[in-house]
Design a protein around this ligand. Structure first.
Ligand code: CP
Ligand code: NVA
Length: 305
């Protein structure tokens, strides 16, 4: 069998295709039978340096449904907010809890937590990645399309943390991932390079283009995210101007396959990256996708803790 006990989850690059499929299979089982004592008497510390609705609630509910407990910590209220180091925080928390989930502005901090503690560290989003989101997205694609390998997933808009994790997990699972963004908003080169290598190994593909119309042709999935991520406030105006042509609207949906599914990690800004019409439309799976955060995170918690 596959054991992931004690492993960190900072990026999917550290996981094999088999391991990811194992997590997806467990998520499907947990979706059918949600309650167990698998994590009875275990505690997850959740540290938030940024806002969250889905990640916070789905992790906490997930721990409850598995028989454990979650502690919700705002970094500003911790000694972290007064200068205690990440390393010392990791060493101390490791003596109390069985796992740490953190949402932070810097991937470096995730690595410091993982390097200094002795319990699994799970990323709840950082500047570079949003791995739990991407696993929920893969579950949603699988449920809708019945397969992952060969599925054409087109991400349009800002080449951000969500795009990076989709490229990485999509490459490992053999999807055809296309990111359509204006040149100033492309995913980071080193992440694209890594994803291309993973795709070559696993029989998928990763492409970055400025041409959104061409990208959308034949798409099984159209995906977008906010144009201005947390921590980028002040850049709204220039981002809106540059990214407007990459909006998911009826015209773009029509360019894709007739049965295209539309995904968005949420929160959404209607009439910016996606129109209200498409969000409420028959191709949209955004709320099923949000629900799947709960199911995949339980699979992750059960496996790692
Ligand atoms: N998609 C997502 O991570 O949502 P929250 O910011 O609400 O956690
Ligand atoms: N890219 C967004 C995702 C929010 C869930 C952000 O980082 O703010």
């Amino acid at each position: 069998g596959i054991s992931l006990k004690g492993k960190h989850l900072l990026t999917w690059k550290d996981y094999s295709r088999k391991e990811i499929i194992h997590l997806l299979e467990r998520a499907l089982v947990l979706k059918q039978s949600p309650y167990s004592g698998a994590l009875s008497q275990k505690t997850l510390a959740m540290i938030f340096e940024k806002s969250s609705t889905r990640t916070r609630v789905s992790f906490e509910v997930g721990m409850t449904q598995l028989g454990g407990t979650a502690i919700n910590l705002n970094s500003r209220d911790m000694q972290l907010g007064r200068g205690e180091t990440i390393g010392d925080t990791a060493k101390v928390l490791s003596r109390y809890v069985d796992g740490i989930m953190i949402r932070t502005d810097a991937h470096q901090k995730l690595e410091e937590l993982a390097g200094n503690g002795s319990v699994p560290v799970i990323s709840g989003l950082c500047d570079l990645y949003h791995p739990c989101q991407a696993l929920a997205d893969m579950l949603t694609v699988y449920e809708q399309k019945g397969q992952l390998a060969g599925v054409k997933l087109v991400y349009t808009g800002d080449g951000n943390n969500v795009a990076h994790s989709l490229m990485t997990i999509g490459a490992i699972l053999g999807l055809e991932v296309v990111v359509a963004s204006p040149s100033g908003y492309w995913p980071l080169d080193f992440i694209t390079g890594n994803a291309k290598k993973l795709a070559a190994k696993h029989g998928g593909s990763v492409t970055v283009t400025e041409n959104v119309e061409e990208a959308a042709a034949g798409a099984d999935i159209l995906y977008t995210d906010v144009w201005t991520s947390m921590g980028q406030d002040g850049e709204e105006k220039e981002r809106k101007e540059a990214l407007f042509p990459y909006q998911i609207n009826e015209r773009l949906v029509t360019a894709a396959k007739p049965d295209v599914s539309v995904l968005h990690c949420l929160p959404a800004h209607r009439e910016e990256e996606i129109t209200g019409e498409v969000m409420e439309g028959e191709n949209s799976l955004v709320f099923e996708q949000a629900e799947n955060r709960l199911h995949v995170q339980k699979a992750i918690l059960e496996a790692l803790l």
